[in-house]
Design a protein. Structure first.
Length: 377
């Protein structure tokens, strides 16, 4: 009886291994950019500084390998360069969560056919049972231990693809790249490289890459996670948000919800930042033009007026409470907010860039899916 049980157990493990490893290395389609807009804002022959905001349109298949991810990201930069938008010391900005979906790297390609993120999470758990268990042992007091375990399980692979991609592109183009964000456990920067502590708290983190391919300064950690992030992310301290002293001006970089809170701008005010950038991910198709449901986070900005809930659109709320209004309390004269767009299961996305110069919102041509906008200043 024991022998039969052992035989059955070994057979089960063997079948699981075959299923687990199948479909991870099938050919991937070459990424499609869906790029419909390349626009120069405030064109001038005399202005020497510019910020290039990139709104990519990402698909699940873009994240199964570093090669696919880097090829997709590179296409947008190549398109900008072809229009002579990349100059010496150009600053390129990518949206929030651009690197987070690298959790799919080397996973089963059938995940692209799932209809919901919950199905993806379940499949990843079952197909990586042993690694998932090790990730689970490293979790802390997060409410959502499933997601927390997956991020820890994939942290090193995610980080390697993210770092190598943006480091190489910054080095090749000799530009500065605000590389959107990625979820990592306790990231730190040492000598321009990123390190993680697998049993540390998870953060939504962004990094600024310099023309030498190295990370500049400290990680930019999100201080005000929204309700979807709160079950697995740790809130950083807004007073620790870094200000980068760059050749074209002191620059602050904020992640999405942080731009709604006065506390996030304290260092920008104290250090007289000249440029404020925001990387965002607004979930839900057509959500920006829908009625605003109110601020989605633990701590609501004191500026928010309750009578606006349900009476103004989401984009009107962004303009009233986020960067366009908050920047007026600083000395910054340049601002840009870019949004993540993509087709990722049932998540949805929306948003168009918000561009500010001298406290005035500048008109931009909206993109159906992906776009590149260069602001001269």
């Amino acid at each position: 009886m024991i022998r039969k049980f052992i035989t059955l157990f070994i057979l089960t493990i063997f079948i699981w291994l075959i299923w687990s490893f199948s479909g991870r290395n099938t050919p991937l389609p070459y990424p499609t950019t869906y790029l419909s807009v390349i626009e120069e804002i405030n064109p001038s022959d005399s202005l020497t500084r510019n910020i290039v905001g990139i709104q990519p349109f990402m698909e699940v298949t873009d994240y199964f390998s570093q090669q696919s991810f880097q090829a997709k990201i590179s296409e947008y930069i190549v398109a900008a360069d072809a229009e002579n938008l990349l100059k010496k010391n150009t600053l390129i900005v990518f949206p929030e969560y651009i690197g987070t979906w690298l959790l799919l790297i080397k996973e089963k390609h059938s995940l692209a056919e799932k209809s919901s993120l919950n199905e993806v999470i379940s499949t990843m758990i079952y197909s990586n049972a042993f690694d998932y268990f090790l990730g689970y042992l490293k979790t802390g007091d997060e409410e959502n231990k499933e997601v927390s375990s997956i991020f820890r399980m994939k942290a090193k692979a995610m980080l390697a693809a993210y770092y190598d991609t943006f480091s190489q592109l910054a080095l090749e183009t000799e530009t500065y790249i605000a590389a959107g964000s990625i979820v990592l456990p306790e990231p730190t920067v040492i000598n321009g490289e990123i390190f993680v502590k697998l049993n540390g708290p998870l953060y939504n983190a962004s990094f600024l890459f310099g023309p030498d391919g190295k990370v500049i300064g400290s990680p930019i950690l999100k201080a005000f996670p929204n309700s979807k992030e709160d079950p697995y992310l740790t809130a950083a301290t807004p007073e620790n948000l870094p200000i980068f002293d760059l050749p074209f001006g002191k620059t602050a970089i904020l992640l999405c919800d942080d731009s709604w809170h006065e506390e996030s701008y304290i260092n920008a005010i104290n250090e007289s930042a000249e440029i404020i950038l925001v990387s965002s991910f607004c979930t839900g198709n057509h959500s920006m033009t829908s009625k605003w449901n109110g601020y989605d986070g633990k701590k609501v900005s004191e500026m928010v007026e309750l009578e606006d809930v349900g009476n103004i659109t989401t984009i009107e709320a962004w303009e009233k409470y986020s960067l366009p209004s908050q920047i007026k309390n600083t000395k910054a004269q340049v601002g840009m907010n870019v949004f993540f767009r993509g087709d990722l299961w049932d998540i949805g996305s929306d948003g168009q860039p918000i561009v500010l110069l001298h406290n005035t919102m500048l008109p931009v041509t909206p993109a159906g899916k992906a776009g590149v906008w260069s602001l001269n200043f």
